[in-house]
Design a binder for this molecule. Sequence first.
Ligand SMILES: C[S@@+](CC[C@H](N)C(=O)[O-])C[C@H]1O[C@@H](n2cnc3c(N)ncnc32)[C@H](O)[C@@H]1O
Length: 200
Amino acid sequence: MAKELKSKEGYARYAAFYDKSAKYWDSFEKHNLDKLIEGAKGKKVLDAGAGTGRLAIRLHNAGAKVTALDLSPEMLSNIRRKKPAIEVVEGDMEAMPFEDSSFDMVFSSLAMVHLKKVDTFFEEVHRVLKDGGQAVLVNVHYRKPLILSDKQGKFIINCYNHFPRHVREAAEDLAFRIDKEIMVTEGDTIWISQILVMTK
Ligand SMILES: C[S@@+](CC[C@H](N)C(=O)[O-])C[C@H]1O[C@@H](n2cnc3c(N)ncnc32)[C@H](O)[C@@H]1O
């Protein structure tokens, strides 16, 4: 049986082979972020729950000044190795170690699925964004738990599926303006992820 682990413990193990599934992770966005990443050029951008830098590195290469925040030092050490120019910060996206109004944009992909509720995270995104700043958030829905395996055995990292309506309502409650909501689907109907683009 796979052992169920909290994020910090789980990603400490997953960090060693997370990047092997890069194509799988990209499939939850299906190129919907390409233009938004290009648009981050010259901006001060936070990647919250940045992991091994899948988006942070693309943002950096597009000319953004990127800060990568993550709970897992093991995941972040991949960014340090691959792109030392990116600022990495170990910390919790529900209690971000940043001043108010620090960023022009906040990206966060595939990370809120690890939070029991999204409200506190959204409050933090709102707080650290400048007025008029934009947030780009990817809310993924895993239909079945991802069973991972390493030398220590099988494990699952704790996930919570958040319904798109609830995520949108949490954003609107904070008076974010929703600029765009993209549902990434498999076939015609099955929802796999929600991309919210919103402005403070
Ligand atoms: C599936 S990975 C996504 C990584 C990256 N954003 C990507 O799209 O490839 C989820 C990341 O969220 C991080 N994470 C989970 N809970 C977090 C929290 N409360 N604060 C900061 N990072 C968190 C994990 O450590 C992990 O690196």
